[in-house]
Design a protein. Structure first.
Length: 256
Protein backbone atom coordinates (compact mmCIF):
# COMPACT_ATOMS: atom_id res chain seq x y z
CA UNK A 1 0.00 0.00 0.00
CA UNK A 2 1.14 3.53 -0.78
CA UNK A 3 1.64 5.62 2.38
CA UNK A 4 4.10 8.13 0.94
CA UNK A 5 3.49 11.65 2.33
CA UNK A 6 0.46 10.40 4.24
CA UNK A 7 -0.35 11.82 7.66
CA UNK A 8 0.00 9.20 10.42
CA UNK A 9 -3.01 7.04 11.21
CA UNK A 10 -4.26 7.94 14.70
CA UNK A 11 -4.73 4.74 16.68
CA UNK A 12 -6.07 4.00 20.15
CA UNK A 13 -5.31 0.72 21.89
CA UNK A 14 -7.38 -0.20 24.96
CA UNK A 15 -6.05 -3.23 26.83
CA UNK A 16 -4.99 -4.00 30.39
CA UNK A 17 -1.88 -5.58 28.82
CA UNK A 18 0.48 -3.12 27.04
CA UNK A 19 2.01 -5.80 24.79
CA UNK A 20 -0.51 -5.47 21.88
CA UNK A 21 0.15 -1.73 21.63
CA UNK A 22 3.90 -2.30 21.45
CA UNK A 23 3.48 -5.08 18.87
CA UNK A 24 1.31 -2.79 16.74
CA UNK A 25 3.78 0.07 16.78
CA UNK A 26 6.65 -2.26 15.89
CA UNK A 27 4.67 -3.95 13.10
CA UNK A 28 3.47 -0.72 11.50
CA UNK A 29 6.99 0.72 11.66
CA UNK A 30 8.33 -2.42 9.95
CA UNK A 31 5.66 -2.09 7.24
CA UNK A 32 6.49 1.59 6.72
CA UNK A 33 2.98 2.68 7.73
CA UNK A 34 3.02 5.93 9.76
CA UNK A 35 0.99 5.76 12.97
CA UNK A 36 0.46 7.70 16.19
CA UNK A 37 -0.59 5.26 18.90
CA UNK A 38 -2.30 6.17 22.18
CA UNK A 39 -2.39 3.40 24.78
CA UNK A 40 -5.02 3.12 27.55
CA UNK A 41 -4.99 0.40 30.19
CA UNK A 42 -8.48 1.33 31.45
CA UNK A 43 -11.65 1.63 29.32
CA UNK A 44 -12.93 4.56 31.39
CA UNK A 45 -9.80 6.55 30.48
CA UNK A 46 -10.41 5.80 26.80
CA UNK A 47 -14.04 6.92 27.08
CA UNK A 48 -12.95 10.20 28.68
CA UNK A 49 -10.32 10.75 26.00
CA UNK A 50 -12.85 10.32 23.18
CA UNK A 51 -15.17 12.91 24.69
CA UNK A 52 -12.76 15.61 23.58
CA UNK A 53 -10.52 13.90 21.04
CA UNK A 54 -10.71 11.67 18.00
CA UNK A 55 -8.82 8.83 16.40
CA UNK A 56 -8.98 6.84 13.18
CA UNK A 57 -9.10 3.30 14.55
CA UNK A 58 -9.87 2.07 18.07
CA UNK A 59 -8.39 -1.33 18.92
CA UNK A 60 -9.92 -2.81 22.06
CA UNK A 61 -9.51 -5.97 24.05
CA UNK A 62 -12.71 -7.61 25.27
CA UNK A 63 -11.85 -9.22 28.61
CA UNK A 64 -10.57 -6.47 30.95
CA UNK A 65 -10.86 -6.08 34.76
CA UNK A 66 -12.57 -2.65 34.82
CA UNK A 67 -15.20 -3.41 32.16
CA UNK A 68 -15.38 -5.39 28.95
CA UNK A 69 -14.52 -3.85 25.62
CA UNK A 70 -18.13 -4.41 24.56
CA UNK A 71 -19.43 -2.50 27.60
CA UNK A 72 -17.01 0.32 26.77
CA UNK A 73 -18.31 0.54 23.18
CA UNK A 74 -21.88 0.80 24.48
CA UNK A 75 -20.84 3.96 26.33
CA UNK A 76 -19.19 5.68 23.34
CA UNK A 77 -21.84 7.61 21.44
CA UNK A 78 -20.04 8.03 18.12
CA UNK A 79 -17.10 5.64 18.13
CA UNK A 80 -14.33 5.71 15.54
CA UNK A 81 -13.75 2.60 13.46
CA UNK A 82 -13.40 -0.31 15.88
CA UNK A 83 -11.26 -3.45 15.81
CA UNK A 84 -12.06 -6.09 18.44
CA UNK A 85 -9.08 -8.15 19.58
CA UNK A 86 -9.02 -11.06 21.99
CA UNK A 87 -7.09 -14.11 23.16
CA UNK A 88 -10.34 -16.09 23.05
CA UNK A 89 -11.89 -15.66 19.58
CA UNK A 90 -14.25 -18.62 19.91
CA UNK A 91 -15.67 -17.26 23.16
CA UNK A 92 -15.92 -13.55 22.36
CA UNK A 93 -15.98 -13.48 18.57
CA UNK A 94 -19.69 -13.97 17.82
CA UNK A 95 -20.77 -10.96 19.92
CA UNK A 96 -18.42 -8.67 17.97
CA UNK A 97 -20.83 -8.58 15.05
CA UNK A 98 -23.54 -7.07 17.27
CA UNK A 99 -21.43 -3.93 17.02
CA UNK A 100 -21.52 -3.56 13.25
CA UNK A 101 -23.47 -0.31 13.62
CA UNK A 102 -20.89 0.88 16.13
CA UNK A 103 -18.39 1.14 13.26
CA UNK A 104 -16.99 -2.37 13.62
CA UNK A 105 -14.12 -2.61 11.16
CA UNK A 106 -12.65 -6.01 12.00
CA UNK A 107 -12.15 -8.74 14.59
CA UNK A 108 -8.76 -10.33 15.17
CA UNK A 109 -7.17 -12.87 17.52
CA UNK A 110 -4.21 -11.51 19.43
CA UNK A 111 -2.19 -14.64 18.72
CA UNK A 112 -1.34 -13.55 15.15
CA UNK A 113 -2.33 -9.90 15.09
CA UNK A 114 0.77 -8.91 13.11
CA UNK A 115 -0.62 -10.68 10.04
CA UNK A 116 -3.88 -8.70 10.22
CA UNK A 117 -2.69 -5.12 10.69
CA UNK A 118 -1.86 -4.13 7.11
CA UNK A 119 -5.20 -5.49 5.86
CA UNK A 120 -7.02 -3.58 8.59
CA UNK A 121 -5.49 -0.28 7.52
CA UNK A 122 -6.36 -1.04 3.89
CA UNK A 123 -9.94 -1.82 4.93
CA UNK A 124 -10.04 1.48 6.83
CA UNK A 125 -8.86 3.36 3.74
CA UNK A 126 -11.47 1.62 1.56
CA UNK A 127 -14.25 2.40 4.03
CA UNK A 128 -13.11 6.02 4.24
CA UNK A 129 -13.14 6.40 0.46
CA UNK A 130 -16.78 5.21 0.38
CA UNK A 131 -17.95 7.39 3.26
CA UNK A 132 -15.90 10.59 3.01
CA UNK A 133 -14.51 12.96 0.41
CA UNK A 134 -11.33 14.90 1.05
CA UNK A 135 -11.98 18.47 -0.07
CA UNK A 136 -9.90 21.66 -0.09
CA UNK A 137 -11.10 24.78 1.72
CA UNK A 138 -11.78 27.58 -0.77
CA UNK A 139 -10.47 30.29 1.57
CA UNK A 140 -7.36 28.36 2.64
CA UNK A 141 -6.04 26.06 -0.05
CA UNK A 142 -3.50 24.55 2.34
CA UNK A 143 -6.27 23.15 4.54
CA UNK A 144 -8.13 19.94 3.72
CA UNK A 145 -11.51 18.93 5.10
CA UNK A 146 -12.94 15.41 5.40
CA UNK A 147 -16.61 15.71 4.42
CA UNK A 148 -19.05 12.82 4.97
CA UNK A 149 -20.67 11.89 1.65
CA UNK A 150 -24.02 11.73 3.46
CA UNK A 151 -23.68 15.47 4.23
CA UNK A 152 -23.20 16.49 0.59
CA UNK A 153 -26.26 17.86 -1.24
CA UNK A 154 -24.75 18.62 -4.64
CA UNK A 155 -21.59 19.24 -6.67
CA UNK A 156 -21.09 22.05 -9.15
CA UNK A 157 -18.36 22.16 -11.77
CA UNK A 158 -16.68 25.51 -12.51
CA UNK A 159 -13.73 25.52 -14.89
CA UNK A 160 -11.24 22.96 -13.49
CA UNK A 161 -12.74 22.83 -10.00
CA UNK A 162 -15.67 20.87 -8.62
CA UNK A 163 -17.31 22.63 -5.67
CA UNK A 164 -18.79 20.58 -2.86
CA UNK A 165 -21.98 21.96 -1.30
CA UNK A 166 -23.15 20.53 1.99
CA UNK A 167 -26.77 20.16 3.06
CA UNK A 168 -28.26 23.55 3.94
CA UNK A 169 -25.52 25.53 2.21
CA UNK A 170 -25.24 27.29 -1.14
CA UNK A 171 -21.77 28.67 -0.42
CA UNK A 172 -18.80 27.18 -2.27
CA UNK A 173 -16.71 26.56 0.86
CA UNK A 174 -14.93 23.47 -0.45
CA UNK A 175 -13.75 22.04 -3.74
CA UNK A 176 -12.09 18.93 -5.15
CA UNK A 177 -9.79 18.66 -8.12
CA UNK A 178 -11.81 15.83 -9.64
CA UNK A 179 -13.85 15.53 -12.78
CA UNK A 180 -17.40 14.18 -12.62
CA UNK A 181 -16.09 10.92 -14.12
CA UNK A 182 -13.64 10.61 -11.22
CA UNK A 183 -16.40 11.40 -8.72
CA UNK A 184 -18.55 8.68 -10.25
CA UNK A 185 -15.91 6.13 -9.20
CA UNK A 186 -16.02 7.38 -5.58
CA UNK A 187 -19.70 8.06 -4.90
CA UNK A 188 -21.93 5.16 -3.85
CA UNK A 189 -23.73 3.56 -6.77
CA UNK A 190 -27.23 4.93 -7.46
CA UNK A 191 -26.80 7.70 -4.86
CA UNK A 192 -26.45 10.58 -7.32
CA UNK A 193 -27.81 12.01 -10.55
CA UNK A 194 -26.07 14.27 -13.06
CA UNK A 195 -28.57 16.97 -14.02
CA UNK A 196 -26.30 18.70 -16.50
CA UNK A 197 -22.63 18.99 -17.38
CA UNK A 198 -22.02 21.25 -14.38
CA UNK A 199 -24.29 19.77 -11.68
CA UNK A 200 -24.58 16.50 -9.74
CA UNK A 201 -27.28 16.19 -7.06
CA UNK A 202 -27.30 13.61 -4.27
CA UNK A 203 -30.66 11.85 -4.39
CA UNK A 204 -31.06 11.34 -0.64
CA UNK A 205 -31.37 15.11 -0.18
CA UNK A 206 -34.07 15.72 -2.79
CA UNK A 207 -36.92 17.12 -0.66
CA UNK A 208 -39.43 17.66 -3.46
CA UNK A 209 -39.66 17.25 -7.20
CA UNK A 210 -42.00 18.45 -9.94
CA UNK A 211 -42.00 17.75 -13.64
CA UNK A 212 -39.60 20.63 -14.31
CA UNK A 213 -37.56 21.14 -11.12
CA UNK A 214 -36.29 19.59 -7.93
CA UNK A 215 -35.52 21.03 -4.52
CA UNK A 216 -32.74 20.27 -2.04
CA UNK A 217 -34.30 22.23 0.81
CA UNK A 218 -33.12 25.65 1.96
CA UNK A 219 -29.68 27.21 2.30
CA UNK A 220 -28.22 28.95 5.33
CA UNK A 221 -30.05 32.17 4.35
CA UNK A 222 -33.47 30.54 4.08
CA UNK A 223 -33.49 30.52 0.28
CA UNK A 224 -34.66 27.51 -1.69
CA UNK A 225 -31.95 25.37 -3.27
CA UNK A 226 -33.62 24.27 -6.48
CA UNK A 227 -32.57 23.19 -9.95
CA UNK A 228 -34.39 23.09 -13.24
CA UNK A 229 -34.50 19.61 -14.71
CA UNK A 230 -33.42 19.63 -18.38
CA UNK A 231 -36.11 18.29 -20.68
CA UNK A 232 -33.96 15.36 -21.85
CA UNK A 233 -33.33 14.30 -18.21
CA UNK A 234 -36.88 14.49 -16.84
CA UNK A 235 -38.10 10.98 -17.56
CA UNK A 236 -34.87 9.36 -16.41
CA UNK A 237 -34.85 11.27 -13.11
CA UNK A 238 -38.52 10.76 -12.30
CA UNK A 239 -38.31 7.08 -13.15
CA UNK A 240 -35.36 6.86 -10.77
CA UNK A 241 -37.15 8.65 -7.93
CA UNK A 242 -40.22 6.44 -8.43
CA UNK A 243 -38.15 3.25 -8.38
CA UNK A 244 -38.80 1.09 -5.33
CA UNK A 245 -35.08 1.12 -4.53
CA UNK A 246 -35.13 4.88 -4.01
CA UNK A 247 -38.72 5.79 -3.16
CA UNK A 248 -38.40 5.03 0.56
CA UNK A 249 -35.25 7.14 0.76
CA UNK A 250 -36.89 9.96 -1.19
CA UNK A 251 -40.02 9.80 1.01
CA UNK A 252 -37.94 9.96 4.21
CA UNK A 253 -36.06 12.92 2.80
CA UNK A 254 -39.28 14.83 2.15
CA UNK A 255 -40.39 14.43 5.76
CA UNK A 256 -37.30 16.10 7.18
Amino acid sequence: MNTQNREPYKLMVVDDNPDPAMIMEWTFRRLGIPVECQYFDRPTAAISFLQGNSCDILFTDVDMPEMSGYDMLEQIENPPYVVIMTDFPDKFGPKAFDFYEKNLLDFMPKSNMESHLEAIVERYDNRQSREFIMAICSDDKKRNMKIPIDNIAYFQRNNQLTFVNEVGSSTNKYFVRKSFDELAEILPENSWFQLRQTTIVMLRHVTSSSLTSLSLGKDEFGNDISFEIPLRKRKELHDLLADDRFFGLFKRSKRK
